[in-house]
Ligand binder design. Structure first.
Ligand SMILES: NC(=O)c1ccc[n+]([C@@H]2O[C@H](COP(=O)([O-])OP(=O)(O)OC[C@H]3O[C@@H](n4cnc5c(N)ncnc54)[C@H](OP(=O)(O)O)[C@@H]3O)[C@@H](O)[C@H]2O)c1
Length: 430
C-alpha cells in the first residue's frame, strides 16, 4: 500500500467535523483518486469533551493547537479555526515555517496576511491551499489558478456572501423588511449572532481580495478595498429595482480600468436575466471575463458544512497526488503591489432613492443639484400623493462619475425637504 498522506486537523466545528465525515465516509474513493490513503493522524479544538457528531477515537487529541505545526510525520495541517489573528494565524505561520503544507478555509487570514504567508510558503517549499476560503463548494480557486491560467483576466464579478443574497432574495419574495429577514436568517443559522461581517460586506470583501490577487497577479490588499454592505436597502429599493428590470445584489467587482485595478464591494442593480441577476438565495456566483475564454460563470453553495469541507478535502487530494502550486498562481515574490483605481472616478448609471416631503419645488431643487453636478436624469418616479408628508422619489441617471453622485447626495441631504439620507446604488449592466 502507498504511504498514507497524514494530516493534523485544527478546528472541529462546522467545517472541521465535515472534513472528518468526508474522510470517514469516502475514504476508499479518496484513496483511489489521490493514489494513497488520506489519514487523519491528530485533531485539536478548544473543548475536548464536546460531542461533534463524529467518532474521533482513532485520532490523537492535541491539547495545544500550535503543537500540530511540529507533530510527528504530518504531511499537512488543516486549519479550520478561523480568524485573521490568534491561534489560527499562529498555527499557519508555524506550520509553513516548518515546511509543512497548509490547507485552510480562512478568508480573513488570507485577505489580511496572504502576501506574507504565500512568501513564507514559497521560501520553505510548502503549499498554502485555500479552495474552501472563497465560495464554499464552488471550485473557483482551482478554476482561476489553473483552468483559466491561459487568460489575461479583465474582470471578476462575484456574489460572495450567501447570507446577504438570502436576505435580499427573501425581502424580494416576501416583501418583508431587512431587519425581519435578518432575524430569520439568524434563527436558521445562516447569519451569525453578530451578523456585521456578513451584512457589512466584510466577509465578501475578504473573498474578493483573494480572487483579485489570483486574477491580476497582485498582492492581496484588503485595506485598499472600498466596502459597503446592505443594511440600508429597504423594500422600496427592492420593489423599484424589480419594476425597472433589475435585482439588487451585493456585488464584488475587481476589474482593470485604465491601467489600474478597481476593487469594490457594494450593493448594485443588475439586470434580472443577467448571470448575476439569476443567482438567488444562499447561492454564490463568480463571473470572470478572460481575453480568450470569454465569460464563464461559476455557481453553487457558498457555505455550509458539506460544500466547504468538500473543498478542503479536494485540496488534500491535490497535495496527496503531489500537485504543487504557488498560493496565488505565481511565485509570491512576483506578486505586484497593485495600483488601485479610485472608485470615485468610476462611471456608471445610478439608481437614487430619496425620501422627501411632498410639496411644491422639491423636484426642482433636487434637479438643480443634479444639474450642477453634471448628472443627467434618465427617469424619475414619484407615485401617490401625501401633501406635506415624506414620499419616496426614485431617480435613475445616465452615466455619472461616482464622486459627482456622492457629492450630489450630500447636497440633497442638506435640503430641508429631505428626511432621510439619500441612497445611491450603481447599475451594472452585466
Ligand atoms: N461554516 C462555513 O460555512 C464556512 C464556509 C467557508 C469558510 N469557513 C471558514 O472556515 C473556518 C472555520 O469555520 P467554522 O464555521 O467551522 O467555525 P466553527 O464552527 O466556529 O468552528 C471553529 C473551531 O475552531 C475551534 N477553536 C476555536 N478557537 C480555538 C482555539 N483558540 N484553539 C483551538 N481551537 C479553537 C473550535 O473549538 P470548539 O469546537 O472546541 O469550540 C471549533 O472546533 C473559518 O475560517 C471560516 O471563515 C466556514
Amino acid at each position: 500500500m502507498s504511504k498514507p498522506f497524514r494530516i493534523g486537523l485544527a478546528g472541529l466545528g462546522t467545517v472541521g467535523a465535515g472534513v472528518v465525515k468526508i474522510i470517514q465516509k469516502n475514504g476508499h474513493l479518496l484513496e483511489k483518486r489521490a493514489g494513497r490513503p488520506i489519514e487523519i493522524a491528530a485533531v485539536s479544538a478548544k473543548d475536548r469533551t464536546r460531542d461533534r457528531g463524529v467518532d474521533l477515537s482513532a485520532y490523537d487529541w492535541v491539547e495545544k493547537t500550535g503543537d500540530l505545526a511540529n507533530y510527528k510525520d504530518l504531511d499537512a495541517v488543516v486549519e479550520v479555526i478561523g480568524g485573521s489573528e490568534g491561534p489560527a494565524a499562529d498555527l499557519v505561520r508555524a506550520s509553513l515555517k516548518n515546511g509543512r503544507h497548509v490547507v485552510t478555509a480562512n478568508k480573513a487570514l488570507l485577505a489580511l496576511h496572504g502576501d506574507e504567508l504565500a512568501n513564507l510558503a514559497d521560501e520553505k517549499g510548502a503549499c498554502l491551499m485555500f479552495e474552501a476560503a472563497v465560495a464554499g463548494g464552488v471550485p473557483i480557486i482551482k478554476a482561476m489558478r489553473e483552468g483559466l491560467a491561459a487568460n489575461e483576466i479583465k474582470s471578476i464579478y462575484g456574489i460572495l456572501n450567501g447570507t446577504c443574497n438570502y436576505i435580499l432574495t427573501t425581502m424580494r419574495q416576501t416583501g418583508r423588511s431587512f431587519d425581519d429577514v435578518l432575524k430569520e436568517a439568524q434563527a436558521q443559522g445562516y447569519a451569525e449572532a453578530d451578523p456585521a461581517f456578513d451584512i457589512d460586506g466584510i466577509d465578501a470583501a475578504h473573498k474578493l481580495c483573494i480572487l483579485a490577487a489570483i486574477g491580476f497577479g497582485v498582492k492581496p490588499d484588503f485595506k485598499s478595498l472600498s466596502i459597503e454592505g446592505i443594511r440600508h436597502i429597504n423594500t422600496t429599493d427592492i420593489a423599484y429595482a424589480t419594476e425597472f428590470g433589475y435585482r439588487i445584489k451585493l456585488l464584488g467587482i475587481a476589474r482593470r480600468e485604465n491601467g489600474k485595478i478597481l476593487q469594490v464591494m457594494e450593493p448594485c442593480l443588475v439586470p434580472i436575466e443577467s448571470p448575476m441577476g439569476i443567482i438567488d438565495d444562499v447561492y454564490n456566483a463568480v463571473y470572470v471575463e478572460g481575453d480568450f475564454v470569454e465569460t464563464p460563470l461559476f455557481t453553487g453553495k457558498g457555505a455550509g458544512q458539506g460544500p466547504t469541507a468538500s473543498s478542503v478535502v479536494s485540496d488534500l487530494i491535490d497535495l496527496a497526488r503531489g500537485h504543487r502550486l504557488p498560493a496565488f498562481g505565481i511565485p509570491a515574490k512576483d506578486l505586484k503591489a497593485a495600483v488601485w483605481a479610485d472608485p470615485g472616478e468610476t462611471v456608471n448609471s445610478y439608481y437614487l432613492r430619496l425620501m422627501v416631503l411632498d410639496r411644491a419645488g422639491v423636484i426642482a431643487d433636487v434637479s438643480a443639484i443634479l444639474r450642477d453636478k453634471n448628472i443627467s436624469i434618465e427617469g424619475l418616479v414619484q407615485r401617490g400623493r401625501d401633501p406635506g408628508q415624506p414620499v419616496p422619489v426614485i431617480i435613475t441617471t445616465h452615466e455619472t462619475r461616482h464622486a459627482d453622485m456622492m457629492a450630489a447626495c450630500e447636497l440633497i441631504e442638506k435640503l430641508d425637504c429631505c428626511v432621510e439620507k439619500p441612497r445611491a446604488m450603481c447599475i451594472e449592466e452585466l
